[in-house]
Design a protein around this ligand. Structure first.
Ligand SMILES: *Cc1c(COP(=O)(O)O)cnc(C)c1O
Length: 241
C-alpha cells in the first residue's frame, strides 16, 4: 500500500503541484507570512482537459484562463467539479466581456478604462458584481498591457464609482529577466504602489490582492507580498509556443 503512495507513482502534475505548494510555503515562512494568505492559480493555457483534471485531483482550486475560447469547453466539462473558481488572467477583448462577467470569479487583467466600463455595464445587465484587479505595467514597457503606475490612482478613483465592479487589488507581469531575483524590485514596487493606493479614500475598492509571480519567480513574489501566484509551466511543463 505504502508503495502505491510513493511520490514516484504520482503523476508529474501531482508531484509538481506538491513542489510548488512547498515552495510557496517556504517563501511565506522566509517572509514571516501566513502560507494560507497565498493562493495558487494554475495557469492552464494550452493544457488539455485531462491534465487540468489531474491538477484538480491534486488539490488545485483556482484555474487561470487566458483565452475565453479555450476556457469555455473546460468550464463545461468541469461544471460538476466542486469548489472550483475560474480566474481570467489573459488579455480581455471588449466584445468578450459579456461571456466573462459573472462566470469568472475574478478578472486579473483590467488594463483600460473602456474595458472597465464595459465590465461594469455587462455586470449591471446580469445583476452581478464583478471582482477585478488592475493590471499595472510596472516596468513601463511599451510592449506591455496595463496602466502606467502614475495613472493608477486616477483610474482607481474612477472605477471606485462604478456600481457593478469591485477592484480588489493589482496584477503585474514584470519585464522578463534572466533570474528570478531580478524581478524582486518590480514586485516590491508593486506592493509599495498598492500600499499608496490603499491610503486613498475609497468607497469599496481595496488593495488586498496582489497577483504577481509566475513559474520562474513566484517564490520571490511571495516574499514580496503576492496573494495570488499564477503558475503554469512549473505545474504542467513547457507549452508548445
Ligand atoms: C501563461 C501565464 C502565466 C503562467 O506562466 P508560466 O511562466 O508558465 O508559469 C501567468 N500569467 C499569465 C497572465 C499568463 O498568461
Amino acid at each position: 500500500m505504502a508503495d502505491e503512495l510513493a511520490p514516484e507513482s504520482l503523476s508529474p502534475v501531482t508531484r509538481n503541484i506538491s513542489a510548488v505548494l512547498v515552495h510557496i510555503q517556504q517563501a511565506a515562512q522566509r517572509a514571516g507570512r501566513q502560507p494560507d494568505a497565498i493562493r495558487l492559480v494554475a495557469a492552464t493555457k494550452f493544457v488539455p482537459l485531462h491534465r487540468v483534471q489531474e491538477a484538480i485531483e491534486a488539490g488545485v482550486r483556482i484555474l487561470g484562463e487566458s483565452r475565453l475560447q479555450e476556457a469555455l469547453p473546460k468550464m463545461h466539462a468541469l461544471r460538476s467539479a466542486p469548489e472550483l473558481a475560474w480566474h481570467f488572467i489573459g488579455r480581455l477583448q471588449r466584445r468578450k466581456v459579456k461571456s466573462v462577467v459573472g462566470v469568472f470569479e475574478m478578472i486579473h487583467s483590467v488594463d483600460s478604462l473602456t474595458l472597465a466600463e464595459e465590465i461594469n455595464r455587462r455586470a449591471g445587465e446580469s445583476g452581478v458584481s464583478q471582482a477585478v484587479l488592475l493590471e499595472v505595467n510596472i516596468g513601463g514597457e511599451s510592449t506591455k498591457a496595463g496602466f502606467m503606475p502614475s495613472d493608477v490612482a486616477d483610474v482607481l478613483t474612477a472605477l471606485d464609482g462604478m456600481p457593478n465592479l469591485t477592484v480588489k487589488g493589482l496584477m503585474v507581469i514584470p519585464p522578463q529577466t534572466a533570474q528570478a531575483e531580478q524581478a524582486r524590485p518590480y514586485f516590491r514596487r508593486t506592493r509599495g504602489l498598492a500600499e499608496e493606493l490603499g491610503r486613498l479614500e475609497l468607497k469599496q475598492a481595496s488593495m488586498g490582492e496582489l497577483s504577481m509571480g509566475m513559474s520562474q519567480d513566484y517564490h520571490v513574489a511571495v516574499e514580496e507580498g503576492a496573494t495570488l501566484v499564477r503558475v503554469g509551466t512549473a505545474i504542467f511543463g513547457e507549452r508548445p509556443e
